[in-house]
Design a protein around this ligand. Structure first.
Ligand code: ZN
Length: 144
């Protein structure tokens, strides 16, 4: 199911991070902890040089690889060395960042377990600020 446009490669990591962060990321592979591949994203913790642990998330936005990290450089919006390290460990393990259209089994399972009242409140909060979603909900009443 994975398309060519959402394939994780070292070249893509280099392209996203730039040479400096990419080379620094190469030395951070051993610092990657608690790597977890979720339905549509990857989450990990990476130890920084000062022993602080940073939270890293990799995902796709369309065909764009997005890296988010809680370190100072990552917080400024850069694809930092910690994001590179997580990407490299994934590749080492033969894993990847799941495509954005992957079936989100985790989400379905949680939604199934939540009471209707909680779901209603969540959906209201979302739809009240999203005219398209609101229109979908309003039109589903007339279909039923
Ligand atoms: Zn970082």
């Amino acid at each position: 199911m994975t398309t060519v446009s959402t394939t994780l490669t070292t070249e893509l990591l280099l392209h996203r991070a730039g040479t400096k962060s990419y080379w620094r990321g190469l030395t951070y592979r051993d610092a990657v902890q608690s790597l977890r591949v979720h339905s549509r994203h990857v989450a990990a913790r990476v130890r920084g040089s000062d022993e602080a642990a940073y939270a890293v998330e990799l995902s796709w936005s369309g065909t764009h690889l997005v890296g988010e990290c809680s370190c100072p450089h990552g917080s400024e919006g850069f694809f930092c060395k910690h994001c590179v390290a997580v990407g490299l460990v994934l590749l080492d393990r033969g894993e990847t960042v799941p495509p954005p259209d992957a079936e989100d089994v985790e989400l379905r399972d949680v939604l199934r377990a939540l009471p209707a009242e909680v779901l209603r409140d969540l959906l209201y909060d979302q739809a009240a600020g999203d005219l398209k979603l609101r229109a979908r909900i309003m039109s589903s009443l007339s279909k039923n």
